[in-house]
Every structure is written in structure tokens, then in C-alpha cells.
Write a protein of this length. Structure first.
Length: 758
């Protein structure tokens, strides 16, 4: 029988908490073994190659043809040399191993800092396990992983001086020399230096010349970068990305505020729980907290809340402080000893369970994460195959590309691209042009301005480009895989024939013919319950080809090749065992277009099992069918209304599947068919406001919805929320009051929360 009493705060080395700690480390190991999927990898490797071959760092952009006159302050140059050299020696697999080693280093330093603060192994188990669950999305091959290590190292040195007067401050200039040449967030070190210096000054009531000398030297060391003063001040320019009016902040997920996250995932919930618990414990223990903590923590809480990508910065700082707070109030927590067996075994069970789900990749799927367990390149996230197609066919023309794949295309094709992930180089103006190209006829303006020969883009994300290209006869499709499409202009590469969609059936090993009885059997397949799907996640490897099939099917449907789209949708639905509801919507539309009433009705019948909103629409359709005495003109009107309803429900489904641009496109079509469709205006306004931060355009949609239906409470609620985000508190409260008076209960919550002082 294990003896748990008082072991929560035991500092003995050979205690029973070594066992769960071993499993936590095993979990972190598997979590850190990831295929390389980060979109920045390509341009980092490209820059590393440039520096090694030219024996100098770049000062102007040479990786794009749109930003050649822009300055390139490459503060990542040392990181880029490291990963390029690693790649040359070990290949892409070695880069995955590098991520694992850096993750281990961070874990070790967090444990070491805990140990120096006399935090017991039991608390370290709990805190590090929780911490890695929160920061897992940032355990990737980016220079910020080094920043996490440098932050922890700096705080370790400063803690030792603050607590024990250990004179290890000579490490700080060395840390800063590496940090300022690897990542622009070295600027955060000044917060640590200033706060610890003030804290020691106030505590000891004297100016610490020794500390000041080393901190000053560490700060001066930051000028030892290839760009001198420009490199030192450059990080300040990057803070503009945290402005909600900045186009990058509005459209790039990782730059958005925590409160504007598209989906509330497990790590978001864990962060919220951790933050609230931490703040409450800090306040409870406020008299024993140090001055430097009062300075550092508000800064990093603010950074974490203002941008999702900053959450790990707060977590790695707060974990040891959390442990020290709990340790200081341990007398108050003695009654928690009864829960220790539960905590002990829960850590073991959770670690083992998550390890299994990591091996099957179900952990990542359930968290809407793009990562996969393994070593080497993730060929489904990186445009590896499309780049090989360009190289194989000597397509060395001017490329117009989407943002996320530009870095890899530049790296693997050795030619400049339109845009890549170096936001500080491309600047806001070009990206505004990209955002504008997502709207109707916006791509034509981009093509006219830059005159590319090739369009290479991630079509699931740049959904509207496909719609626009389908109306451009001067562009032909040459290549398509599960995420990337390649179009070429009319007179470019005349020897290459357009892609035959029938060839895709062979490439993806699809049946050449599916009988109607087989189709009915596939459509009627009863999906597994959520619990059984969860159980499958412990032993059944995720088949990522299902996503490729779905993407290709959607692409073919956009280009109106309904026969090929149907094959891919059916194959996807069969592979997923009926667990993708979106496919039923698409198949219902296809069969309606093709005039197959039987299969369309079967799809609709299955949709009714999980979609209560469409049930009313289908009921209305049935009534229309039965009313045979209605005049033909009226039937045409009803048919149009039904088409609008179909697009409206398709937009809802796409929004649920995180296809934002696709949802807006379908709402646009619904409105074009039925200009008085107030619900479509309302839903489009919601997306424009919450996902794209296009507040002015959202207001127009809400205004139109209210104009069409003055008693529509949801539109008043949405318009009020937009006005609130635009600082029009009075206008927001007025709209919420109207919504509440029309029976909207949610509006009352907004009024109580924000309007009591109006």
C-alpha cells in the first residue's frame, strides 16, 4: 500500500512521485515527436542556406518578387543557420529530433527552476503536465522555442541571485548574445532585468552595483547583432501586430486575442482555469509575493490575453511561481492529502491514455490541431508534392501564391514567390491586397497588377479564389492534391495539358463505377456514437487521406464537376463510416442538381436525424411538393427560395467546419437568389464581425437584416455587439435593449454586464 501522507510537499528524492513523473516525461516525449508542419519552416531554411552560402546575413528581401525593396532585419539568422546545418547533416528527420531535444531542455530547466525554489516533485508533476497541455501547440520548430528556454534560463539565474546571492550573473550577457541573434522577443528580458533590480533595491534598501553592472552589460550585449541599432529597436515594430485594427491581427489566427479564438479548445479551457486559479492564489498569498512578480506577471498576462501565440510565455513564467505559492500555503492544504491517491493515479492514467491518443493522432484531431506524431516532413501540411510538380515540369514562372505555402515554395523551387510568412518583410499593404482578393472579382485585380504565370494556392483556405478561377477561361488547372491547386495562364507552358479529373480517380484509388444500390448503402451507413469514436481514438490510427478526399470533392463541386465530386464525397463518407455530416449536405445538393430525387431524399432523411433547423425547411419543401394546384410562376419562386435555403444551410455547415470564406460565399449566393433573406444577412454579419473583424461591413449586414425584419431580435443582438467592439457603448446598449424587448434572453446578459452604468 503506497503511503501518500505528507508526500505532496515531500522534497526527498526517492519518493513515490517518481513513478507518475516518469509517465509525464513519457507523455512530453511523444508530444514533442512531431512531423514538421509549420508554414515558416521553408523560409527559415531558405534564409539559413542564403547565409551559409553567401557568408553574410540578408538586408533586403530576395525570397519574394513583391518586397525586394523592403528591409529584411533577420534577427533569426543564428536559428536559421542551426536548422539549415542540422538539415544538411540529418535531413528533415533530424529537425524533428531537434524539436524533441529543445522540448526536453525546456522541461529540464522548468524542473530545475522548481527544484531551486524547493518545489517538490509532486507539484512539478502536476504543473509541468498541465503546462505542456496548454503550450503544446507552440512546441514547433520556430525560434520562439529558444525564447522559452532563454526566458527560463534568465529567471533561473536571477532567482539564484535574489534568493541566495549566488553570483551567476555572468551567464546573462551570454544568454542575451544568443537570444538577440535568434529571436526578436529578447526585448522581454528587459522586463525581467528591471523588475528584479527594483525588487532587490527595495528589499535591501540599497543600490546593488554588482547586479546593475551585469544587467547593464547584458542589455548592451543586445547591440551585438548584424544590424546594430536597427536590430536592437526592431522588436518594437512587431508590437503593431497586437493592434486589433492591424490586418495581420484580423486575419491570422495565432495573432488574434484569446477572446477572439475561433474555437474554444481543451488548451483554451485549461489556460482559463490555470489563469483564474493562479490569480486567485496570488491574491490570497499576496503579502508573501515579491515585488518583481507584481511587475512581471501583469505584463505577461496582458501579452497572453492580447495574442494566442503569447500564452506559453506566461505559462513558463507562472508555473514555478504557482508552485512557490502553493508551497507557501501548504499548511492550509493539509486536508487535500486525502485526494493524493486520486491525483497520483490520475496522472499515470492520463499520461498513458494521452500517449495512446498521440500515437493515433486522435489527440490532435480532437483539438482541431494540424500536428501529427512522427519524424520528418508532414507532406499534407507542407506543399511538398505540388513543389515537386513545379520542379519536375520546369514551371519556373512568376508565382501568385497563398500565404501559408509561400515559404516552402520559395525554399523547394529556388524561385521568388508572391508572399511568404515573414510578415515584418511583406508589410501590411500587400496582405491587404490578398484579403481584398478573397472578395468578389478581387482576384482579377491582383492578377492584373502582378501578372503571374502560375497560381499556386491552398484551396481549402482560399476558397473564394477557386470560385473566381472557375469563371476565368484564361486559366487552366494543371495539378490538384489534397490541399494545393496549380493553375497556369493561357499561354504559359502550352505543352502541358489541363488536369483530367478522371485521372484523380486513379491517383486516389477510387472505384470507377458505383452502383445506385452501393450509393444507398454508403449514405445509409449509421455513424458511430461519439463515445465509440472516442474509444477508437486509443487504438485506431487516423486516416488523413479522408481529409484529402473531402477537400478534392469540395474543389470539384466548386468547378461544377459533380460526377467526380460525388465519387470523392462517397469515398470519404465510406472511409469515415458516416461520421462527416457535411458530406450529406453536399451529396443532397449534387443529387438535386443531377435530378436524382431518390438519392436526394435519402440524404435529406439522414440529415434530419442530426439537423433540427433544416427539418423545417424540408417540411416546407414537402408541403410545396404536395400543393400541385400552385401556378407555375409561383413554383419557380418557391424553387428559388428553396435554392436560397440550400445555400443558407450549406453556409451554416461550412461555418461549423471552419470554412469561413466558403460560408460567406454561400450566404452571398443565398442573398443573390433571395435578396430579402434576412437570416443570411444576419449570419454573414456575425462571421464578418467575429472571424474577419470587418465591423463596418458587418454593421451593414445587420442593418439590412433589421430593415427586412424590424422585429428580428438576433440582428439587434449582433449589431449591438459590433457597436460595443467599436466603443459605441450607448448604441450597443440601445440595440441590446431592443433585442431583449423582442424576447432575446442573451441580450439581458449583455445589458447586465455592460450597460448598468450607461
Amino acid at each position: 500500500m503506497l503511503r501518500f501522507k505528507n508526500l505532496l510537499f515531500s522534497t526527498t528524492k526517492n519518493n513515490i512521485w517518481v513513478v507518475p513523473f516518469f509517465f509525464v516525461i513519457a507523455f512530453i516525449t511523444v508530444l514533442s515527436c512531431r512531423l514538421l508542419s509549420d508554414p515558416d519552416l521553408g523560409f527559415h531554411l531558405n534564409a539559413g542556406k542564403y547565409i551559409v552560402e553567401n557568408k553574410t546575413v540578408p538586408d533586403k528581401d530576395s525570397f519574394t518578387y513583391t518586397s525586394t525593396q523592403n528591409d529584411y532585419i533577420d534577427l533569426h539568422w543564428l536559428f536559421q543557420i542551426i536548422i539549415y546545418s542540422t538539415y544538411k547533416i540529418t535531413g528533415y528527420e533530424g529537425l524533428s529530433v531537434l524539436v524533441l531535444l529543445l522540448s526536453f531542455t525546456l522541461c529540464y530547466l522548468l524542473l530545475l527552476r522548481n527544484q531551486r525554489l524547493k518545489i517538490p516533485l509532486s507539484l512539478s508533476c502536476l504543473l509541468i503536465f498541465a503546462g505542456y497541455l496548454i503550450i503544446e501547440s507552440r512546441i514547433i520548430l520556430r525560434p520562439e522555442l529558444f525564447t522559452y528556454i532563454f526566458i527560463t534560463l534568465s529567471l533561473l539565474v536571477l532567482d539564484q541571485y535574489y534568493l541566495n546571492k549566488k553570483r551567476m550573473l555572468y551567464f546573462l550577457p551570454i544568454i542575451m548574445l544568443f537570444w538577440c541573434n535568434m529571436h526578436s522577443l529578447f526585448i522581454l528580458s528587459f522586463v525581467f532585468f528591471g523588475s528584479y533590480f527594483l525588487s532587490i533595491w527595495v528589499r535591501d534598501k540599497k543600490f546593488d552595483k554588482y547586479l546593475f553592472s551585469w544587467l547593464f552589460l547584458a542589455c548592451i550585449t543586445c547591440f551585438l547583432n548584424p544590424y546594430f541599432i536597427k536590430g536592437f529597436t526592431f522588436p518594437l515594430e512587431l508590437f503593431t501586430r497586437f493592434d486589433s485594427n492591424n490586418v495581420f491581427n484580423q486575419n491570422i489566427k495565432e495573432l488574434k486575442s484569446y477572446f477572439h479564438s475561433d474555437i474554444f479548445e481543451l488548451k483554451n479551457l485549461l489556460f482559463l482555469i490555470f489563469l483564474c486559479t493562479f490569480v486567485l492564489l496570488f491574491i490570497y498569498n499576496i503579502r508573501k509575493r515579491k515585488l518583481h512578480e507584481f511587475i512581471i506577471l501583469p505584463v505577461f498576462i496582458y501579452l497572453a490575453l492580447v495574442s494566442i501565440r503569447n500564452i506559453p510565455l506566461f505559462i513558463i513564467i507562472a508555473l514555478p511561481i504557482s508552485g512557490s505559492i502553493i508551497l507557501s500555503i501548504k499548511e492550509k492544504l493539509k486536508h487535500f492529502n486525502k485526494l493524493l491517491p486520486v491525483v497520483y493515479y490520475s496522472l499515470i492514467i492520463l499520461s498513458v491514455g494521452l500517449i495512446f491518443r498521440l500515437f493515433t493522432n486522435s489527440f490532435y484531431i480532437s483539438n482541431n490541431s494540424p500536428y501529427k506524431t512522427g519524424f520528418g516532413i508532414d507532406e499534407q501540411q507542407q506543399p511538398v508534392n505540388s513543389a515537386e510538380f513545379l520542379n519536375r515540369n520546369y514551371l519556373n514562372g512568376k508565382i501568385l501564391n497563398s500565404l501559408g505555402i509561400g515559404g516552402w515554395l520559395s525554399w523547394s523551387t529556388s524561385q521568388p514567390v508572391f508572399i511568404d510568412g515573414r510578415l515584418e518583410v511583406i508589410k501590411e499593404d500587400i496582405y491587404k491586397e490578398v484579403v481584398a482578393s478573397w472578395r468578389e472579382n478581387g482576384l482579377s485585380k491582383l492578377l492584373l497588377q502582378y501578372k503571374p504565370n502560375l497560381i499556386v494556392y491552398n484551396y481549402p483556405k482560399y476558397h473564394t479564389w477557386t470560385d473566381q478561377l472557375s469563371e476565368m477561361p484564361d486559366w487552366r488547372l494543371l495539378y490538384l492534391d489534397g490541399s494545393v491547386a496549380v493553375f497556369v495562364s493561357k499561354n504559359f507552358a502550352p505543352n502541358l495539358h489541363p488536369l483530367d479529373f478522371n485521372d484523380l480517380l486513379i491517383t486516389y484509388h477510387l472505384q470507377q463505377y458505383i452502383s445506385e444500390s452501393e450509393k444507398i448503402e454508403i449514405i445509409n451507413h449509421s455513424p458511430k456514437g461519439k463515445f465509440m469514436q472516442w474509444i477508437d481514438g486509443f487504438y485506431k490510427k487516423t486516416d488523413y487521406s479522408e481529409t484529402s478526399l473531402l477537400n478534392i470533392a469540395s474543389f470539384c463541386m466548386q468547378l461544377k464537376d459533380y460526377d467526380i465530386a460525388e465519387r470523392f464525397f462517397l469515398t470519404n463518407y465510406k472511409k469515415t463510416e458516416g461520421n462527416n455530416n457535411y458530406v450529406l449536405y453536399a451529396l443532397a445538393d449534387i443529387y438535386k442538381i443531377k435530378g436524382n430525387k431518390n438519392l436526394s431524399q435519402i440524404c435529406c432523411t439522414n440529415i434530419l436525424k442530426f439537423d433540427s433547423e433544416i427539418k423545417m425547411a424540408l417540411s416546407s419543401l414537402e408541403k410545396t411538393k404536395k400543393n400541385t394546384t400552385v401556378a407555375s410562376d409561383t413554383n419557380k419562386i418557391k424553387s428559388k427560395e428553396n435554392d436560397a435555403i440550400t445555400f443558407f444551410n450549406s453556409g451554416n455547415a461550412k461555418y461549423q467546419n471552419k470554412d469561413i470564406q466558403g460560408a460567406i460565399s454561400d450566404y452571398d449566393k443565398a442573398i443573390a437568389i433571395k435578396p430579402d433573406y434576412f437570416k443570411a444577412y444576419n449570419n454573414r454579419g456575425i462571421i464578418k464581425a467575429s472571424e474577419l473583424n470587418l465591423n463596418n461591413e458587418a454593421l451593414k449586414d445587420f442593418d439590412k437584416a433589421i430593415e427586412l425584419k424590424p422585429d428580428y431580435s438576433d440582428a439587434y443582438l449582433g449589431r449591438g455587439s459590433v457597436k460595443f467592439s467599436m466603443k459605441d457603448i450607448s448604441g450597443a446598449c440601445n440595440d441590446w435593449e431592443k433585442a431583449y424587448n423582442l424576447g432575446n434572453a442573451q441580450a439581458k446578459l449583455q445589458i447586465d454586464k455592460y450597460c448598468h452604468n450607461k
